[in-house]
Design a binder for this molecule. Structure first.
Ligand code: HEM
Length: 466
């Protein structure tokens, strides 16, 4: 058996022998965990951390797991000893009928490495630069519509609008601008699938494989999406035309180690995984951005000053994104407080030691990114929204793993640069045209922890033309 300790590399059995067991909550906390996890998951997990520290055993739906809440522990699991941890966990098994072996939930090992190597080049800088045009164009179309549709006094559920925008951007980046009427129908179906998946996460007791009416509908939507992708691929192969989109890039992509590409079935799955990964997360992030900017007038003033100075009234380009430094700081701080992928899981392959605590083989680990981003040792006054935490000087003072909205290590989000570019562009373009005003009674938006961290009930604002 091998073992490792945070800050050390490879084996030593004596360390395993002397490692302490992961702290277990007292019986009273164990007993109330099932109910508390359903009524206030985030609050209950925070209480566990306050009571027991940065590593504690919890139960989710009766399944025992060790919850981690320290940058060193995340570094150990995701980066330094990542080979010992895979995604064969309760969380990813629960959504396997949707993800079906695609990149997000793939257990790991060589199949994952092949998929990742094949897809990675499609997300390199020049490719993201191309997608930036989709982002500016779709955002401009939305804002032009808003100019006619909304009066300054209208209270708008901006989450609905921004959800549609995020969906259009991911669809256009995948399939190009010409997906036509069928593309719109697929977009609508995807929204429906997302509702079903969110309902499942509110009450994840009935497995997705059980044929309830909504689960059957979900399976039907997945089949339709597969058919849609299969038709597009067949069209492309038939016509021999080249397209400047992600689908074309992945269709022709080759793993430079094995010399093979993705099978057609794998391609369908990856397309679906990219829509799932790229829609929910960015859609919620832009909603939260409207909330954080709208509730902090001084931040909004500095944002407007920056976009006016850097862009001087024109649409942002990919190159501008690097110069919109304060805009990016607002994005970073919003992703800290309202980190969309707020939880993830890993399973240990062999037994291990994390921070002096014994982790048996095949243990589920619960990585609580929401709590990590509020760890008081690294984030003074953690609940306060303050983009100045992300100046280069402040960033240099913290351990890298104290802030991981996109995960870390080899399984870091493949769409990280895509997402950051998108968020900066959308925020800058909205600030160029509108002031975000929070109507009375709408400032208190609660996070709803589903697959991603939703703003409960949506973010309601007034968009006042500047
Ligand atoms: C604000 C936006 C986003 C956030 C916060 C986010 C967050 C994350 C996180 C935390 C992970 C790692 C999960 C883990 O380690 O278990 C991840 C993985 C992934 N994300 Fe994202 N993501 C975002 C946007 C995107 C976009 C735009 C795409 C694609 C267009 C995407 C596609 C993926 C994929 C395919 C993976 C799996 C990567 C792998 O395991 O190799 N994400 N994301």
């Amino acid at each position: 058996m091998t073992e490792q300790v945070v800050g050390e590399s490879r084996p030593r059995t004596a360390k395993i022998d002397s490692a302490r067991p992961v702290p277990r909550p007292v019986l009273r906390d164990e007993l109330r965990s099932t109910f508390a996890m359903r009524s206030d998951q985030v609050g209950f997990l925070n209480q566990m951390i306050d009571r027991y520290g940065d590593i504690v055993q919890i139960r989710v739906l009766g399944i025992k797991m060790a919850m981690l809440n320290h940058p060193d522990y995340f570094e150990h699991v995701l980066v330094r000893n990542h080979e010992n941890y895979n995604k064969d966990t309760f969380l990813f098994r629960a959504i396997a009928p949707i993800l079906r072996g695609g990149l997000i939930g793939n257990v790991g090992g060589e199949p994952w490495r092949h998929q990742r190597r094949t897809m990675q080049p499609s997300f390199h800088r020049p490719q993201v630069a191309g997608f930036a045009l989709n982002m500016t164009d779709e955002t401009a179309q939305m804002l032009d519509r808003w100019d006619h549709q909304y009066q300054p006094s209208d209270v708008v559920n901006v989450s609905t609008e921004l959800g549609q925008l995020a969906m259009r951007i991911v669809f256009r980046s995948l399939f190009g601008a010409k997906v036509g009427a069928r593309g719109k129908a697929i977009e609508d179906m995807f929204f429906e699938a997302n509702q079903i998946a969110c309902a499942f996460f509110r009450f994840p007791l009935i497995p997705l494989t059980w044929p309830t009416p909504s689960h059957r509908r979900l399976a039907e939507i997945i089949r339709t999406m597969d058919g849609f992708v299969a038709d597009i691929i067949a069209d492309r192969v038939r016509s021999g035309e080249q397209h400047d989109d992600l689908l074309d890039a992945m269709l022709h992509a080759v793993d430079d180690v094995t010399g093979t590409g993705l099978s057609e079935q794998q391609l369908h799955r990856e397309v679906l995984n990219l829509i799932i990964g790229g829609y929910e997360t960015t859609s919620n992030s832009v909603s939260w951005l409207m909330h954080t900017v709208g509730t902090h007038p001084e931040v909004q003033r500095r944002l407007i000053e920056e976009v006016d100075t850097v862009l001087n009234g024109r649409a942002p380009t990919f190159e501008d994104v690097l110069n919109l430094k304060y805009t990016r700081m607002i994005v970073d701080e919003t992703l800290r407080l309202y980190t969309p992928a707020w939880q993830t899981m890993r399973s240990s392959i062999e037994e291990d030691v994390i921070g002096g605590f014994h982790i048996p083989a095949r243990s589920d680990l619960y990585l609580n990114i929401y709590a990590l981003h509020r760890h008081p040792e690294f984030w003074p006054n953690p609940e306060a929204f303050d983009p100045d935490r992300f100046t280069p000087e402040e960033i240099a003072k913290r351990p890298k793993q104290a802030y991981i909205p996109f995960g870390s290590g080899p399984r870091i989000c493949i769409g990280k640069h895509f997402a950051l570019t998108e968020l900066v562009i959308i925020l800058a373009m909205i600030a160029q045209r509108y002031e975000v005003v929070i109507p009375p009674g709408c400032a208190n938006v609660q996070p709803e922890p589903l697959i991603t961290l939703h703003p409960k009930g949506g973010v309601h604002v007034r968009m006042v033309r500047r």
